[in-house]
Design a protein around this ligand. Structure first.
Ligand SMILES: Cc1cc2nc3c(=O)[nH]c(=O)nc-3n(C[C@H](O)[C@H](O)[C@H](O)COP(=O)(O)O)c2cc1C
Length: 373
């Protein structure tokens, strides 16, 4: 059997992690873990999480990812099973000013799945108003972004820049919590840089202000996405608060989810990049860790049908021209997973005509390794 580049990349990430995290555990005797097994993880955390009247079952959540976790993708992930799906970050002022493309990012469009809408900003009144609009449209949870490292966001002193100004961060949290009846959660990082690891303090103050769950990406802002996520460092946040803490960063499968939970003591996990090309991943992790219903992994024709349905959903959500462009990254990930030959891969990603793309997909995805596993 030959591994696709995609599978090999995943393997390298998890191996890096296991060695780095196990080294990190030498000073954390309570978290020393037995060999990683993909199966039963009983005793790691509660089987489900409740925030107010919302149950996150299993506590395996989809990370917000701008340009990726749009409504078509959230709908697909939710169909396989997920504890919670989170919208892409929505700029609060633009949302209030009703910019159509910005509101589309918060589009809910389906009612059966717990959906959080994530808002970002710097001004309390825009944040509060955006939260009111999202809750009014049916968001079950409002999540506040205090983790985005992008220069255009931190340059506007929002996202992770708020970690450098915790008093102002608290004013925003209070404004949002005061504006809506639905639970408000916070997603942030370990700190701004190694000299400012203030996530435990921020989380504690946020809890006092009414935040009901906090997700920590185990990196600082200055690390962006470099190095590996520091799961043991999330433990300090868990110790500082009584609300649920979710561990995030470099979780790509059940073994890495188990390891992240063991290292951090967190109550659940949030998965971002690992789900690209594998919308069943949360359900798979949920099944391995919490014995929830196993997803039926699409293989062969079913995989092609799933990809074609996702593609068509993107075309109808965005309109054909924009949808075809947005879809390219997802098609690329699906083709990576299926080890599509490079020339066909390229042809599909440069093909302007959607009907041609749909016609080529069965051939492109025929080498889907999972079909012969
Ligand atoms: C393309 C991309 C877009 C992202 N957009 C957001 C966002 O809108 N809001 C947010 O809080 N985090 C965002 N993130 C960060 C992820 O939610 C997550 O914290 C990070 O990718 C680490 O998790 P992972 O290793 O599982 O991907 C984004 C990450 C990526 C790669």
């Amino acid at each position: 059997m030959h591994l696709s580049l995609f599978a090999a990349h995943r393997l390298i990430i998890v191996q890096m992690h296991i060695s780095v995290q196990i080294e990190g555990l030498t000073t954390l005797s309570s978290t020393k873990s037995p060999p990683i097994e993909g199966g039963n993880a009983q005793g790691l955390s509660a089987l489900s999480l409740s925030i107010a009247d919302i149950t996150l079952d299993p506590p395996v959540l989809l990370a917000p990812m701008a340009g990726i976790t749009d409504l078509p993708f959230r709908r697909l992930v939710a169909r396989f099973g997920a504890g919670l799906v989170v919208s892409e970050m929505v700029a609060s002022q633009e949302m209030v000013e009703a910019k159509a493309s910005v509101r589309a990012r918060a589009e809910l469009g389906f009612g059966e799945q717990a959906t959080a809408v994530q808002i970002a900003g710097r001004e309390a009144h825009w944040m509060a108003e955006a939260a009111r609009i999202a809750a009014g449209q049916g968001a079950r949870i409002i999540d506040i972004n205090m983790g985005c490292p992008a220069k255009k966001v931190t340059g506007g002193l929002s996202g992770s820049a708020l970690m450098r100004d915790p008093d102002h961060a608290l004013r925003l949290i209070e404004a949002v919590v005061g504006a809506v009846d639905v639970p408000v959660t916070l997603k942030t990082r370990l700190g701004w840089d190694d000299d400012c690891l203030n996530a435990p303090d921020l989380a504690k103050r946020a809890e006092a202000a009414g935040i009901q769950m906090v997700t920590i990406h185990g990196r600082t802002r200055c690390q962006f996405y470099k190095s590996v996520a520091d799961w043991p460092a999330i433990r300090a946040v868990k110790s500082a608060v009584t609300i649920p803490v979710i561990a995030n960063g470099d979780i790509i499968d059940a073994p890495s989810a188990i390891q992240a939970l063991r290292c951090s003591g967190a109550d659940g996990v949030m998965v971002g990049r690992g789900i690209q090309g594998a919308p069943w991943l949360l359900a798979e992790i949920g099944h391995a860790l919490y014995d929830t219903r196993a997803p039926v992994l699409p293989t062969g024709q079913d995989f092609t049908d799933m990809v074609a349905d996702h593609y068509e959903d993107m075309l109808s959500f965005y309109g054909t021209a924009l949808g075809a462009k947005v879809a390219r990254k997802h098609l690329g990930w699906y083709m990576d997973a299926a080890a599509t030959p490079r020339d066909l891969h390229k042809r599909i990603l440069t093909e302007p005509e959607p009907t041609q793309v749909l016609a080529l997909l069965p051939v492109a995805l025929a080498s889907d390794l999972r079909a012969v596993a």
